[in-house]
Write a protein that binds this ligand. Structure first.
Ligand code: HSE
Length: 307
């Protein structure tokens, strides 16, 4: 059995417009790399962090917290060292904490001969995610671990449904270089919502799921809409409405906030359209003084992978 592995832990888009806290999909071109190593000395140690300034104490680091939860439950006859090569900026809205939380448990599971299934791994990873967002949600973790589109049917007990990925679907993302803390963008949300909005939203979730199952791009286009969360959160994202109009005009099927923001994602049919959309949204942000990055990615149907 191997003593060390290197993995790619992908960025993810949570909510997917209408599916707040339940839907997510996995990206392919953006993600962290991590090295997980077995040690004779017991316990979990984070020995290297590159890219961003994050805590080395396992109890304060999302990768460490999820690793400790799994380690304490399994009580293996060894310890683990974790190296984190962070590429996903914390607070970007594309699952930075989830990539770390999922990566450590995925790597340890591999080195232990895969005693845990993907649902069990997601459960441990949720402990790390909770450190970052102050609540246990799995809509970034599930797509990172399972790949493709996922629906968290229930968080407790955890039940994840794997949804199909239409083959021509591509994502475009813009990441304005401002930080929005998930805990803060959750705090501004209303506790109660109008019934009429709830009806629209659950109709959209249902039809989005149906659209994924039938590769019905027109239905996906009609369903990628969020009437509940977006009106509150878009105020935290400069030029959100301009980006959305430009993206839809350039041919995107839909455009919405990625997770808790500030990143904004679009889905398009074909890579060519996704790239046209990228140019259109770059034009919007180029006219501002906010730094930004854009990405085009196919949907990653594999999830975390060994490098
Ligand atoms: N569903 C979560 C939210 C994802 O939107 O708050 C944040 O990572």
């Amino acid at each position: 059995m191997k003593n060390e592995i290197k993995i790619f832990s992908p960025a993810t888009v949570a909510n997917v417009a209408c599916g707040f806290d339940v839907l997510g999909f996995c990206l392919d071109t953006i993600g962290d790399e991590m090295v997980i190593r077995k040690t004779q000395e017991k316990g979990i140690k984070i020995t290297k962090i590159e890219g961003y300034d994050l805590p080395f104490e396992a109890e304060k680091n999302v990768a460490g917290v999820s690793a400790l939860a799994m380690y304490n439950a399994l009580q293996p006859d060894c310890g683990f060292e974790i190296e984190i090569y962070k590429k996903i900026k914390p607070g970007s809205g594309i699952g930075s904490s989830s990539a770390s939380a999922a990566g450590s448990v995925f790597g340890m599971n591999e080195l232990l001969g895969n005693p845990l299934n993907k649902t069990e791994l997601t459960n441990y990873a949720m402990k790390g995610e909770a450190l970052a967002s102050k609540c246990e949600h799995a809509d970034n973790l599930a797509p990172a671990i399972f790949g493709g589109f996922t629906l968290v049917k229930s968080a407790c007990p955890l039940k994840v449904l794997e949804l199909p990925t239409p083959s021509d679907l591509f994502a475009t993302l813009i990441h304005p270089q401002i930080e929005i803390k998930t805990s803060e963008s959750r705090a501004i949300l209303p506790k109660d919502i109008p019934l009429a909005n709830a009806i629209t939203q659950w109709a959209n979730v249902g039809s989005l799921v149906h659209g994924l199952h039938t590769s019905d791009y027109d239905l996906l286009k009609e369903s990628l809409s969020d009437v509940i969360i977006e009106p509150y959160r878009k105020q935290l994202i400069p030029h959100f409405d301009d980006v959305k109009s430009a993206a839809l005009e350039a041919g995107a099927l839909g455009c919405a906030i990625s997770g808790s923001g500030p990143s904004i994602f679009m889905l398009s049919k074909t890579e060519a359209t996704a790239k046209t959309v990228e140019q259109a949204i770059r034009k919007v942000y180029s006219q501002t003084d906010i730094k930004f990055e854009t990405y085009v990615s196919k949907i990653n149907t594999q999830g975390i992978r060994i490098l």
